[in-house]
Design a protein around this ligand. Structure first.
Ligand code: ADP
Ligand code: MG
Length: 303
């Protein structure tokens, strides 16, 4: 099975920002979630794997390919949906996808027509194929982005924050599409939305401040927290006091009231009730505990 290995990858931008700091990850075949707040270094890592930018130090291998040196070999196996896709011209979806297929080297017109048609069907855009991309909704654009990323049967698929800005219905559609991409392919999905990972990914990493804070099986990470998450409702004026006294991993408004989650091996105080741990608790525990401000937005909302 194909495996992507990242070892000791570091990148400092000319302005001094350390976007990646000694990142090591093993990414197996299947759907891998790269979860982290804005500015964590996700896109930097994705672009580096996609051979679009250089690292300062470290190594990446895909199977027996040296990714940082054998760029052409990687590109032949790669499907990439960048965070800023930005190509929505006044040209139909079908014509644009056909154009991308030419660029991918699919030279035979009959074969190309079949491949383009099949991808448009797979991404549920066949009915809209004669429509200009400039008129597509956010969800349709992202599905088109996946269609172009799937051209040429890639073995490594990188999708960078594909669900940001999608409404809940579009997100579900997009999740279903990603879930179908299938076996024998390494898929890396970067996101700041915990639900993307819990819905889709069998392996994950949390990154923040350019560092890997955890990696592994999301369900195992949740199990590890089981029995250690506590909840209560706090009045606004008491919040600071609670944050000083307890290990608070998240505070959020639920129906106008502030609900806090704390972690601890035992009940923090009698006012807290035990709750089931979730991947969101795992995420906040890692990102908060390391002094990084986790993304303040709530579940299900876009950036
Ligand atoms: P993410 O995708 O997780 O939001 P990025 O990889 O885009 O994170 O950015 C990581 C950090 O590097 C951020 O602090 C960002 O401002 C900075 N950064 C990204 N690209 C550049 C660049 N071209 N030049 C300078 N700083 C950059
Ligand atoms: Mg990004």
């Amino acid at each position: 099975m194909l495996e992507l290995r990242i070892e000791g990858l570091s990148k400092t931008y000319p302005n001094g920002v350390k976007a990646l700091q000694d990142v090591s990850l093993t990414i197996p075949t299947g759907m891998f979630g790269l979860l982290g707040p804005n500015g964590a270094g996700k896109s930097t890592l994705m672009r580096t794997i996609a051979t679009l930018q250089e690292a300062d130090a470290g190594a990446i291998t895909l199977g027996d390919i040296d990714v940082l040196r054998e760029k052409d070999k990687v590109r032949r196996l790669l499907g990439y949906l960048p965070q800023e896709f930005g190509v929505y011209p006044r040209i139909t979806a079908e014509a644009m996808l056909n154009h991308f297929a030419v660029l991918k080297g699919i030279g035979n017109p009959k074969e190309r027509r079949e491949i383009v048609g099949a991808l448009l069907r797979r991404t549920n855009l066949y009915e809209s194929r004669k429509q200009n991309l400039s008129t597509f909704s956010g969800g349709m654009r992202q599905r088109f982005g996946i269609a172009q990323a799937l051209l040429g049967n890639p073995k490594l698929i990188i999708v960078d924050e594909p669900t940001a800005g999608l409404d809940p219905e579009e997100r579900v559609r997009f999740h279903n599409l990603l879930a179908e991409i299938g076996e024998n392919v390494v898929v890396i999905l970067s996101t700041h939305i915990v639900d993307d990972v819990s819905d889709l990914c069998s392996q994950m990493a949390i990154i923040s401040g350019g560092r890997v804070l955890m990696s592994g099986d999301p369900q195992a990470a949740v199990r590890e927290l089981e029995g250690k998450v506590w909840r209560r409702i706090v009045a606004k004026q008491d919040l600071d006091d609670f944050q000083r006294r307890f290990t608070i991993i998240s505070t959020k408004l639920v129906a106008g009231r502030t609900v806090v989650h704390a972690v601890g091996d035992s009940q923090p105080d009698p006012s807290f009730v035990p709750i089931n741990a979730s991947l969101e608790d795992v995420y906040f525990r890692y990102t908060r505990a390391n002094g990084h401000d986790a993304h303040p937005e709530q579940k299900g909302q876009a950036a």
